[in-house]
Design a binder for this molecule. Structure first.
Ligand code: ADP
Length: 275
């Protein structure tokens, strides 16, 4: 009958709503689990450098008491310096993510050449690439290609990608970086022939909380904030970033696309518009 039909419809709807509620609860549970995992990871990441600093301090005191040669003092001081740098990088990344999430990061926008960004990023990443004896190919655009963006932040984006390419590629491996214009968009591409990214992790590499969930190798250390920042900073510039990999051991490829500065937004026009 009609009434039975209506009752049936209603019960269907209630079931649908229940299912939806259950899904949401599961999502919330997973999110909170991910955050817990992230906090645990954060604890580990902070503890390692602290332990190293604590050992070095002990050795330094001992060396002082024994009036040991300078080499032993240098050894301890080097460790402390290196570990403090590592800690400050972690803390800066954490603060950056927090600031971006709260919308508290202001971009200093200006017209900047994409080649200049790549060169700046190479300056930062080259010591690691050299240390790991990796070969490096650089393909820059012949024509001027300008983006309206924050030079420091965009350099941070590309240097994070280059540092990762080096970190996750064996010694003696190969890294390439290219930049130019493609289909009316600016692009920067970083490829390596390193360990590649597992198909399971690939969709989550940019998500700091999801990463903790998927089994990933943290032997290289790190909080998984690098790519989170890359994505957020690129999006603040109205750009996109994609990761791809042929799979484990077959290298990775990261491509950033950014809007090309249009004629209308060149600095001259801008001042004219501001008048
Ligand atoms: P972190 O390096 O601190 O773990 P990132 O956010 O920079 O954090 O990277 C997240 C994860 O993505 C890494 O732990 C690693 O598993 C993977 N990854 C990033 N870049 C590469 C790359 N070039 N090759 C292989 N894996 C990568």
């Amino acid at each position: 009958t009609e009434m039975e039909a209506e009752l049936y419809d209603r019960s269907q709807e209630i079931q649908r709503k229940n299912r939806r509620l259950e899904e949401m609860a599961e999502l919330a549970r997973r999110e909170s689990r991910n955050k817990d995992q992230f906090l645990a990871m954060l604890g580990h990441e902070l503890r390692n450098p602290m332990a190293a600093i604590s050992t070095a301090t002990y050795v330094l005191k001992d060396a002082r008491d024994q009036q040991a040669p300078n080499e032993r003092l240098d050894w301890g001081l080097d460790i402390i310096e290196r570990q403090l740098k590592h800690l400050s990088r972690l803390v800066n990344d954490l603060l950056d993510v927090a600031r971006i999430n709260e919308g508290r990061i202001e971009l200093q926008r200006e017209p900047v050449q994409i080649n200049e960004i790549v060169r700046g990023a190479l300056e930062i990443a080259r010591p690691l690439i050299n240390k790991r004896n990796q070969s490096l190919d650089i393909f820059l655009s012949d024509e001027p290609a300008t983006v309206i963006g924050d030079t420091t932040r965009l350099t941070q984006v590309v240097s994070n990608l280059l540092n990762n390419a080096s970190k996750y590629t064996p010694k003696g491996g190969h890294i390439a970086v290219g930049a130019g214009v493609e289909n009316g968009l600016l692009f920067v591409e970083v490829t390596d022939n390193g360990k590649g990214i597992d198909a399971e992790l690939l969709p989550h590499v940019f998500d700091m909380f999801r990463q903790a969930e998927v089994s990933i190798d943290r032997s290289q250390g790190g909080l998984g904030l690098g790519l989170t920042l890359v994505k957020k900073l690129v999006e603040m510039h109205d750009g996109t970033v994609q990761a791809s990999s042929e799979g484990e051991g077959r290298g990775s490829r990261f491509v950033v696309h950014l809007p090309l500065a249009s004629e209308a937004s060149t600095p001259l026009d801008k001042t004219a518009g501001d008048e």
